[in-house]
Ligand binder design. Structure first.
Ligand code: ZN
Ligand code: ZN
Length: 116
């Protein structure tokens, strides 16, 4: 192996060292290009993978806790679906007037008692 380091570049995607004449450049955004090896370039082009900007595409279903004061029934509903595919109502009594949304445990910051 007598690779001349000056004639190589590192693929920004898979970190493979690529010979300069095998390097491909793809526009990353308006100002920058991304340096890719040939396989990565093909893959990116094929899949149209968004480079650089990782758009928050993860739509997570967030279950929220609800409480029906009418029948004191606790249940969870997928907030991302509420209002879209179904209307929120108590599964027990079917009413909505006494519903209370309870913050899910993950969203509630734990009270950390600092002993100072
Ligand atoms: Zn690569
Ligand atoms: Zn109810």
């Amino acid at each position: 192996m007598d690779l001349d380091i000056r004639k190589t570049r590192t693929c920004e995607r898979c970190k493979t060292v690529v010979l300069l004449d095998k390097v491909r450049l793809l526009p990353k955004n308006n100002e920058q290009n991304i340096l890719l090896c040939e396989p990565c370039c093909n893959e990116v082009k094929k899949n149209k993978v968004a480079l650089g900007t990782t758009k928050a595409k993860t739509v997570q279903s967030s279950y929220a806790s609800y409480f029906c004061n009418r029948c004191r029934y606790n249940f969870k509903a997928d907030q991302s679906k509420v209002g879209l595919t179904h209307n929120l109502s108590c599964p027990y009594c079917g009413k909505i007037d006494q519903l209370e949304q309870r913050p899910s445990r993950q969203e509630v910051p734990k009270l950390v008692k600092q002993t100072l």
